[in-house]
Structures are given as C-alpha cells and as structure tokens.
Write a protein that binds this ligand. Structure first.
Ligand SMILES: N[C@@H](CCC(=O)N[C@@H](CS)C(=O)NCC(=O)O)C(=O)O
Length: 291
C-alpha cells in the first residue's frame, strides 16, 4: 500500500508542482496519476478514484483518505512522516515556515492571476501592474525575514522545507515574467530554478502534453532564466546501454549527447532526458560511468 498522487500538466499546473515536489524531494513512494487540462472533461471527472477532489494535486493516502489542498497534503505527510522533517525541526523556524506556506496558499492573487505559471516560455513584462509589484514587494519582505532566521543553506529556513515547496511556482513566476526583485530574492529564485527536482519537473513539462494557448501572454519572449541544459538530440544509432537507466527495460529510444548514444525504454523517458540531461541522476551516472 502506498500513496496515490494525481497531478495536472507539468508545464502549467503550479499547484501540482507543489504536490509532486513534496513526494520527489522527500523520496516518498507514490503512484502517479495524470490528468490533462487539454481534455474536455473537468479535473473532477478525470479523478473518479479521488472523489470528492476537484482540483490537482490530490493525494489518496494508503488508508484511503483523499487530501486535495496542497497545504493540507504537506501537513498530513509531515505528520505521517516526522522523520523526514518536512517542516524545520526547530520550533521557531517551523513556525515561520508554516506561516510563509499559509500566506502563499491564501495570498498573492494579483501575481497569480497576471502571471500564470508557464514553464515552456519566459516573458519580458517591462511595466508590471502596481498590484503585482505590491505582491512582489510582500514576497521579498517575507523571504528576507525567513532568510534572516535561516541557518546555513540556500533555502528559506536553511534546509529545504514545506515553505520552499509552496514558493517554487512563485519563483518560476518571478523569473518567468522577468519581474524586478532584490538580490536576495533573485538568489532564492535561482536556487529553485537550479534545483534538480525542479529541473526534472520542467523537463517533463517541455515534452509532455499539448501547448495550451490560454497560458500564452501578450509579452515579448525571452530565454528561459534557469540553467541552460546540455545539448542532446534524438538518434537512431545503436546505444551504449542495452537497458534503460530508469526502468531496466530494453533500450528502444535513443539520444545523442557529446557524440555518444544512450537508450531508453520509451519516448517519454528519452525526451524528458533530452530536455535537460543533467537533471536526471540515473542518466548522468550512466554518462559518467558511475552507475
Ligand atoms: N487550493 C488548491 C488549489 C488547486 C488548484 O486550483 N489546482 C488547479 C491546477 S493548478 C486545478 O486543479 N484546476 C482545475 C479546476 O479548477 O477545475 C490547492 O491548494 O491545491
């Protein structure tokens, strides 16, 4: 018995990113269920096994409870897995982390509505609206407050916590719309964009599912503000590895990186790796001969 986790489109579902990061960062086993915003069916209709959930992420616990508010999902898993320290263990830091997460869960409506998460594009918005700038100023303030309490470490309270999960899509929005921010906020945003788990999620978003035009914006496009991926391309050559680095199944779909050919068991495994090779530890272990 394990958890079931339902998520929406990787490129666009900011709340799903939070649910997925929770399981990914703390290595909590789960079965993944995908819903698609491109379908005519509502999210609720795509989730009959998660009733009464009507949004993603949604989690079904091993004992059958459905939890479909991202903050409640973090709280519940934190209570069920205290050894993982999803909230900081020091009480003062824990209180600050919880407060940050709750403020994110209920706030920043201007930023959320004017700057929907779109991990396939990065925009330049030269003159952000006053209410968005007000949200950014508040975010900078509470990030700086948390960082002032932090022990060593790049995250809000030093080590990664539920507060960072809640702000990952906010970082993607600040960077993805080129919003003005303090040096401290920029450092923290860069930490998110460089995080291998975030990069894995974005790599899947680049290759999985259709482009959804409702996330297009009237702003000019610019380069993605995160790390530049290594350049790889699809290939038909014979791979060095007979078995997929992820599943161990036979290699059927290949990519070329630095003149070498590597195989995967299906197109998605190949394409998500192609999108950002360095984000995938099992693949890099294969490349570096350390697997
Ligand atoms: N309060 C919820 C919000 C979840 C949410 O709005 N998810 C969006 C996807 S990012 C969704 O499922 N939208 C589908 C719909 O509203 O029908 C949470 O904290 O998880």
């Amino acid at each position: 018995m394990t958890y079931d986790l339902a998520i929406g489109d990787y490129a666009y579902s900011s709340w799903s990113l939070r649910g997925w990061l929770l399981f990914e960062k703390y290595a909590i086993p789960r079965h993944l269920h995908l819903v698609s915003f491109a379908k005519d069916a509502s999210v609720a209709d795509q989730l009959p096994d998660f009733a009464p959930a009507r949004t993603v992420p949604a989690v079904r616990t091993p004992d059958g409870a459905v939890v479909s508010e991202s903050l409640a999902i973090i709280e519940e898993l934190s209570a069920r897995h205290p050894e993982l320290a999803i909230w900081p263990s020091a009480p003062k830091n824990r209180a600050i982390a919880r407060n940050l997460a709750a403020e994110m869960h209920s706030g920043f409506m201007a930023l959320r509505s004017a700057c929907p998460m779109n991990l396939r594009e990065a925009f330049i918005w030269p003159e952000p609206s006053a209410d968005v700038l007000q949200d950014v100023a508040r975010i900078e303030k509470i990030w700086a407050h948390a960082r002032a309490e932090a022990d060593a470490g790049p995250w809000l309270l030093g080590a990664y916590s539920g507060a960072d999960i809640m702000f990952a899509p906010v970082a993607a929005r600040l960077a993805g719309y080129d919003l003005p921010m303090s040096a401290l906020a920029r450092d923290y945003v860069t930490t998110h964009l460089s995080d291998p788990a975030f990069r894995r999620w974005r790599a899947m978003g680049l290759v999985h599912g259709p482009r959804l035009h409702r996330y297009d914006q009237p702003h000019p496009l610019t380069d993605w503000p995160g790390p530049t991926p290594l350049v790889a391309k699809a290939s038909d050559a014979t791979p060095e590895n007979a078995a997929c680095p992820y599943s161990g199944k036979p290699s059927t779909h290949m990519l070329e990186l630095n003149g070498r050919t590597f195989g995967f068991c299906n197109a998605f495994c190949r394409d998500k790796t192609l999108a950002d090779p360095e984000a995938w530890p099992a693949f890099m272990a294969l490349v570096n001969g350390t697997d």
